[in-house]
Design a protein. Structure first.
Length: 566
């Protein structure tokens, strides 16, 4: 009876730990890991009906004049992402890694394709990131407020080249507006070979007869739909983020914007604003020392914006002012992000175990530099971790081996005293004392390692390098599930083999649970990325090998304890 109670308590404890982990994930701004809420059916953003050309000027009328302080985010013109100019033109531009589309309405970047990354759904096509269509709105916008000045809805003239030619390392695009209320805005985009960071120079020219004090806004507008191909078996963050030196990395859920509960550092002389999703991110970057106001807001039905506003110096008639920014829109490659701006690497979200995940990624990257295969690098990393934890594992497996050695004596005693539970318990504790066996001795050393392996889980789940990365034979993408389910089946078999090598619990109910739990756990891995499954298989095989070796050394012949479900 006592054993049944202990079994029930252990089951309750196990599920409680899972639920606590789930709630910790929610508390830290991401959806539940093991039980994510179902994603609502994608709703197409509500797009405005195209309006005549004069609409762009009307959109900013009534905006209060700028003061010496930074303007309110509510003064940034509302945009649904829809086209409002009847005669606008899409400018198609390409480099070796990007295929971009700019709109002459506002000179905005409205579409981007990554030529070195395949689409999640149709792997024969390049991955589309920014977009402006009937089902997706995600683009980058800039303009001026503080008066009836050019905005992201103002018509602009394009000049420049449209493709990066062989031997050419840089490409410049220029978008120039007409003077509006005496103010002209010129945007110059600079694209570099091999780079996902775009230089954006904003030149403001006062062609009027009186002084003006415009303010520049930079924003990212995106619908609230989950990215295509998102798994329902694990959850990753999608939404705005703001970084400042004072409050560091702050993620904002779309639902918090809806409820006006978004909490960010609103004023800062440093940092960035970003839109983040699994593997990819877009961010506006300004140099440190430039005062800005950060904002997040709802733009329209299922449409949200994150951005910053910065004041420009007062411009006398005939004067001009230029401000340089950077627009990053690309994959979350950690070294590239670290080189661009402080804290930008945090868009690659490791969760609360970042202090462990970052060195693990560093080691994985170093292994890849020698091996040149991410799959074998994962295998090598797990091998190094098993070597590092060899002593702890040896303690755990030695304890298990001793338990297995005395298991026949325990079983005989249980059968003999099955009608006297109290005496059975006393006799069991006496055997443990005499044999110097601690029933919990195999648990603690393994629990110490759990944070490290959870951190490695997030490294493999978050690293864009796994996308389209082959391992061997049929595994052509370590970020996608095994198409033939071979790895999950091997993982299930190794898990069951490991369970069979463990000493069978004296209580029959507990013994059955020892087999049910691995089977239930293994089901999830049929839908996990192949890289994660490979890591778990490697860990299982190395654990089995070490356990077998320790059992043999201690004179406890390895044997398989198969379950009885009678």
């Amino acid at each position: 009876m006592n054993d049944i109670r202990r079994t029930i308590l252990w089951v309750i404890f196990g599920f409680s730990m899972v639920l606590l982990w789930d709630q910790w994930q929610v508390y830290n701004g991401r959806n539940a890991t093991f039980f994510p809420k179902p994603v609502p059916a994608a709703t197409a953003p509500v797009l405005a009906t195209p309006a005549p050309a004069a609409a762009s000027a009307a959109a900013v009328q009534g905006v209060p004049a700028a003061t010496t302080s930074v303007a309110s985010p509510s003064q940034v013109p509302v945009s649904t992402g829809a086209t409002t100019q009847a005669n606008n033109e899409k400018i198609e531009v390409s480099t070796d890694v990007l295929k971009l589309s700019f709109d002459t309405e506002g000179g905005n970047l409205v579409r981007s394709e990554f030529t070195k990354h395949n689409d999640f759904v149709d792997t024969t096509k390049p991955f589309v990131f920014l977009d402006q269509s009937a089902t997706r709105v995600y683009n980058a916008q800039t303009g001026l407020i503080g008066g009836n000045f050019p905005t992201h809805k103002t018509p602009m003239r394009f000049s420049g080249e449209k493709s990066l030619k062989e031997g050419q390392n840089q490409l410049s695009l220029r978008f120039e507006s007409e003077a509006l209320n005496g103010v002209k805005l010129v945007k110059t985009y600079t694209l570099n070979r091999g780079s996902y960071a775009i230089g954006v120079k904003h030149e403001v020219i006062n062609t009027g007869t009186s002084a003006v004090s415009p303010q520049l806004y930079l924003q990212l507008v995106r619908d609230g739909n989950k990215p295509a191909g998102e798994s329902s078996f694990y959850s990753t963050f999608t939404g705005p983020a703001v970084y400042t030196e004072a409050k560091k990395y702050q993620k904002v859920e779309f639902s918090d914007i809806e409820k006006n509960k978004a909490e960010i550092d609103k004023t800062s002389p440093n940092g960035y604003v970003a839109m983040v999703q699994h593997y990819f991110a877009t961010a506006w970057l300004l140099a440190d020392g430039i005062q800005r106001e950060n904002f997040v807001r709802k733009v329209d039905t299922n449409l949200y914006a994150v951005g910053m506003i910065t004041p420009l110096a007062e411009l006398a008639p005939g004067q001009s002012k230029a401000l340089n920014a950077q627009l990053f829109s690309g994959p979350q490659e950690e070294k590239m992000l670290e080189a661009l701006a402080p804290g930008l690497d945090l868009v690659k979200d490791y969760g609360w175990l970042a202090m462990l995940s970052k060195p693990l990624y560093w080691l994985l990257d170093k292994l890849f530099s020698f091996i040149q295969n991410w799959g074998w690098s994962i295998v090598a990393l797990v091998l190094l971790l098993k070597i590092a934890f060899y002593w702890l594992n040896a303690k755990a497996y030695s304890s298990m081996a001793k338990m297995k050695a005395i298991n026949p004596k325990i079983m005989e005693m249980r059968e003999r005293l099955k009608n006297d539970p109290q005496k059975m318990q006393q006799e069991m504790m006496r055997i443990y004392r005499e044999e110097k066996v601690n029933p919990m001795g195999g648990c603690f050393p393994i629990m110490v390692q759990i944070p490290v392996f959870i951190a490695l889980y997030w490294v493999l789940l978050s690293s864009v390098e796994m996308r389209n990365a082959p391992w061997v034979l049929w595994i052509h993408d370590l970020s996608a599930p095994d198409p033939y389910y071979i790895l999950p089946l091997v993982m299930t078999l190794t898990t069951l083999l490991q369970t069979a090598l463990n000493p069978a619990p004296p209580d029959p109910m507990q013994a059955k649970l020892m087999w049910f739990m691995p089977l239930i756990f293994s089901v999830m891995f049929f839908f996990f990325p192949a890289g994660l499954v490979l890591y778990w298989i490697t860990n299982n095989i190395l654990s089995i090998a070490q356990q077998w070796m320790i059992n043999t050394r201690l004179g406890v012949p390895p044997q398989f304890n198969l379950p009885s479900f009678k």
